[in-house]
Design a protein around this ligand. Structure first.
Ligand SMILES: *Cc1c(COP(=O)(O)O)cnc(C)c1O
Length: 361
C-alpha cells in the first residue's frame, strides 16, 4: 500500500460525541449534547415537511444543478445563480476549493486556532498550511496578509471564528483586501453569520462586486438546523464558480437536502426564534460564568469558549454527568472547553453540572 507522508501524518477530525454513543457507553439516558453548534430548537418544521414530500422520489437522481435552491438564494442574495455553488455541507465546498485552486506544495494561509477542517483538507491535498497566531482570540488580518507569499493561493477566514466566536469587522477586512494579490482567493467562512450581533460585520456579498477574489461560504447546518442532511453553499465570481463546478461531483447535494434547504429559507420565524433563543442563552451563560469567576470569550456565534482549568478533565467529568461539550486541546486551548448555547433547560443543566465538576476536581 502506498500512503504519502502528508496522509500518514493526518490526525482525523474529532467530531462531537453523539448522544447515543455516550448513553450506550454509560448506560444513562436524558443526556444533552452541546458539542457541535447544532440548532437546539431543531430543524425548521417546514424543512421536515418538505423532506417528507420528497421521499417518494428518492429513486431519482437529484437535480445536479440545484436549480430551485440556487434560484431562491440568488433572489435573496441579489447575485446571479452563476455566482452560487451548492455543497454537501460547506465542508465539501472547502474541499472543492482546495482541489480546484491548491496544487501540491502550494500554500494556504489560515489562523492557527481556527476551524480545523481548513488545515486537514490542505494537508490531505499536499498543500502547505501557513498558520498565523490569533490576536486577542481574533483573526489577525494584518499578520495573515503579511504571511502571503508567491506560493499562496488561498487564505481562510472563519468569520465568526470557530472555536473562539470572535468576528472581524468590515474595516479590518477592507484593509486586508486593499492591494491584496488578485490571484489569492480570500475565503470568508460565514457559517454563523445569522447570529452575529456587531454592527460592523462585513456585508461580504456586497464586497464581492469590487473584489472578485472573495469566496463566501454559508451553511444550512447551524441556524437552519439541517446539519444532518448536509447542505451549504458558496458565493463567488462566475469564473471561480465555473472552475469549482468542474471539480464538483455531479450529484453532490441530495434531493432531500435541496428540498429541506429551500423550505428552510422560507421559515423566517424559525430563524428569528433561533436568534432570540441564542441571545437569551448567551446572557444566561455569560452571567453564570461571571458568577463562577470563569473567563470566557464573548461570542458572535452560538457557542462559547470558556476557560475551566484542565479542559480534558472537565470534559470527561461532564460526560459522566450526561453533558457533552467539546474539549479544545486539538485547537491548542487545553484549558478551555467550547459549549454550544442550548435551550434554557440544557444551559441550566450544563451550568449545574459544571459547578459540580469544578468543585470536585
Ligand atoms: C459548523 C461549521 C461549518 C459548517 O460545516 P457544514 O459542512 O456546512 O456542516 C463551516 N465552518 C465552520 C467554521 C463551522 O464551525
Amino acid at each position: 500500500m502506498n500512503v504519502a507522508d502528508n496522509i500518514k501524518s493526518l490526525i482525523p477530525y474529532p467530531p462531537g460525541k453523539p448522544i447515543e454513543e455516550l448513553e450506550r457507553e454509560l448506560g444513562i439516558s436524558g443526556s444533552v449534547k452541546l458539542a457541535s453548534n447544532e440548532n437546539p430548537l431543531g430543524p425548521s418544521p417546514l424543512a421536515v415537511e418538505a423532506i417528507k414530500k420528497t421521499c417518494g422520489q428518492i429513486n431519482l437522481y437529484p437535480d445536479g444543478g440545484g436549480f430551485y435552491l440556487k434560484e431562491r438564494l440568488s433572489g435573496l442574495l441579489n447575485v446571479s445563480p452563476k455566482n452560487i455553488i451548492l455543497g454537501n455541507g460547506s465542508n465539501e465546498i472547502i474541499e472543492i476549493l482546495v482541489r480546484t485552486f491548491l496544487g501540491v506544495g502550494d500554500q494556504a494561509v489560515m489562523a492557527d486556532q481556527a476551524f480545523i477542517v481548513y488545515s486537514l483538507i490542505t494537508q490531505a491535498a499536499g498543500g502547505e498550511v501557513i498558520a498565523v497566531p490569533l490576536k486577542d482570540y481574533t483573526h489577525d488580518l494584518e499578520a495573515m496578509g503579511q504571511a502571503v507569499t508567491a506560493k499562496t493561493h488561498l487564505l481562510f477566514i472563519a468569520n465568526p471564528n470557530n472555536p473562539t466566536g470572535t468576528a472581524v469587522g468590515v474595516s479590518a477586512l477592507k484593509k486586508l483586501l486593499e492591494g491584496f494579490p488578485k490571484d489569492v482567493l480570500v475565503v470568508l467562512d460565514e457559517a454563523y453569520c445569522e447570529y452575529v450581533g456587531r454592527d460592523d460585520y462585513p456585508d461580504s456579498v456586497k464586497l464581492l462586486d469590487g473584489h472578485k477574489n472573495i469566496v463566501i461560504l454559508r451553511t444550512f447546518s447551524k441556524i437552519y438546523g439541517l446539519a444532518g442532511v448536509r447542505v451549504g453553499y458558496g458565493i463567488a465570481s462566475e469564473e471561480v464558480i465555473d472552475y469549482m463546478n468542474r471539480v464538483r461531483q455531479p450529484f453532490n447535494v441530495n434531493s432531500l437536502a435541496q428540498a429541506a434547504a429551500l423550505a428552510a429559507l422560507s421559515d423566517e420565524g424559525h430563524v428569528r426564534k433561533s436568534i432570540e433563543s441564542n441571545n437569551l442563552g448567551k446572557k444566561y451563560l455569560y452571567a453564570s460564568f461571571e458568577e463562577m469567576g470563569l473567563s470566557y470569550v464573548r461570542t458572535e456565534g452560538n457557542f462559547i469558549l470558556v476557560e475551566v482549568g484542565n479542559g480534558a478533565d472537565v470534559y470527561n467529568q461532564l460526560l459522566k454527568e450526561g453533558v457533552i461539550v467539546r474539549p479544545m486541546a486539538g485547537y491548542k486551548f487545553p484549558s478551555h472547553i467550547r459549549v454550544t448555547i442550548g435551550k434554557k433547560g440544557e444551559n441550566e443543566r450544563f451550568i449545574a453540572s459544571l459547578k459540580k465538576v469544578l468543585n470536585k476536581l
